[in-house]
Design a protein around this ligand. Structure first.
Ligand code: NAP
Length: 291
């Protein structure tokens, strides 16, 4: 098979910079194999100077769908002719579908996937106070989802307080009756917020491989009966989650969210019900090699 015909099967890709060791090709290709879909999902690291020419050539390329990661989740919107309702609210996309006519439609499957991970773990958000650690792209999507699922209050704790404040203002504009607060990511502020909150969602990259000894919260602040959801998926059990489990809290890793956001991408691109268990199994097998 020559290179060009091989390339014809590369219908889906993840773009980002730096892309590192993305798990997306592994998860999607495990699903494509199980569903006997004769397409491949590839990793496409794109430097900032490559991004614009790539996006301009996308409508006439072989690609039918994109997964988007840091730093392009907002910038891709400039090239999309349509935005799904969640993208209009959140202001960022992690998924693009390329229509037959070359039109690009933007979606955000991170938000719903986080909600699903909590729901399937039996966590009811209605009227709950949630402390979200971090105020980056993932935090933004998750905060919208928490409020769509009727969380009672959201406290955003971030190293750069101005970023938490700006996210908090955006949420208050979108949900006029929402109780949203911004605090610095430090022990005193977190201790106060955790006096009344039972659910913590970590969206910072603290504790992510290879910096596995980092933890966004002083573990002394964790109590039994809490729910701690860490969206980091490598390692599967972060230092934060280990401490939560040892305290008798529910500890939820980011692996399910990663699989659910990928499954929803396949529903968008291909209209299929992705084999979630198989995708999770492939992911966990790969991650177990890394630890
Ligand atoms: P991002 O937009 O770059 O935001 C990173 C966040 O981490 C910011 O709040 C940043 O604080 C904080 N942070 C980074 N280094 C820090 C440090 N040394 N001390 C304190 N805070 C620090 O990234 P993102 O897209 O939101 O992704 C964040 C994490 O979520 C990554 O680990 C990513 O892999 C994970 N993720 C998982 C899934 C999933 O499906 N499981 C999906 C998306 C993302 P500042 O604002 O102060 O810089």
């Amino acid at each position: 098979m020559d290179d060009k015909s091989k390339r014809g099967k590369d219908r889906y890709a993840v773009i980002g910079w730096p892309l590192g060791h993305s798990m997306s090709p592994l998860i999607h290709n495990a699903s494509f194999d199980a569903l006997e879909i004769n397409d491949r999902f590839i990793a496409l690291p794109l430097s900032p100077s490559e991004f614009e020419p790539f996006m301009e050539s996308l409508p006439s390329s072989n690609l039918r769908g994109l997964a988007i990661t840091i730093p392009y989740k907002t910038e891709v919107l400039n090239y999309c002719s349509e935005r799904a309702s969640e993208v209009k609210a959140i202001g960022a996309a992690n998924t693009i579908s390329v229509g037959e006519d070359g039109g690009l439609v933007a979606y955000n499957t991170d938000a719903g996937a986080a909600g699903r991970a909590l729901k399937e773990a039996g966590v009811e958000l209605r009227d709950e106070k949630v402390v979200v650690l971090g105020a980056g792209g993932a935090a933004r999507a998750i905060c919208f989802q928490l409020l769509w699922q009727k969380a009672g209050a959201v406290t955003i704790a971030n190293r750069t307080l101005s970023r938490a404040e700006s996210l908090s203002e955006g949420l208050q504009q979108a949900f006029s009756d929402a109780d949203v607060t911004a605090i610095p990511l430090n022990n005193d502020a977190l201790a106060e917020a955790l006096e009344t909150a039972r659910i913590i969602v970590n969206t910072t990259s603290l504790g992510m491989y290879p910096y596995v000894d980092e933890c966004p919260v002083d573990t002394g602040l964790l109590k039994s009966g809490m729910v701690v959801f860490d969206i980091i998926y490598n390692p599967v059990e972060t230092k934060l989650l280990r401490a939560a489990r040892e305290k008798g809290s529910k500890a939820l890793p980011g692996t399910d969210m990663l699989v659910y956001q990928a499954a929803e991408q396949e529903r968008i691109w291909l209209g299929v019900d992705a084999p979630i268990n198989m995708m999770r199994k492939a992911l966990l097998k790969e991650l177990s090699k890394a630890s």
